[in-house]
Design a protein around this ligand. Structure first.
Ligand SMILES: [Zn+2]
Length: 80
């Protein structure tokens, strides 16, 4: 079951949607047609940088903190 917050996220209707945060969105890689070699979950930030992770928990964390895998997100978040 989706939480109301996920249901209202702009990407919530996309295939394999897992979690939407402000600057990144987590998906199941395979329904999105993305490479799942590095992990079945893929997180895409607003700069179109992608990271693969193996657990749903990591997918959510990477969506919330995209600076972990995107240097542009890192810089933006560091300037806050
Ligand atoms: Zn980014």
């Amino acid at each position: 079951m989706r939480s109301p917050r996920q249901a209202t996220h702009p990407h919530a209707g996309h295939a394999g949607f897992v979690h939407g945060a402000t600057h990144a969105t987590a998906y199941l890689a395979e329904p999105q047609g993305m490479d799942d070699e590095g992990g079945k979950y893929a997180v895409v930030c607003e700069h179109n940088n992608i990271v693969n992770v193996t657990s749903k928990r990591d997918a959510r964390l990477c969506a919330i903190y995209p600076g972990n895998f995107c240097s542009d997100c890192y810089k933006r978040d560091a300037l806050r």
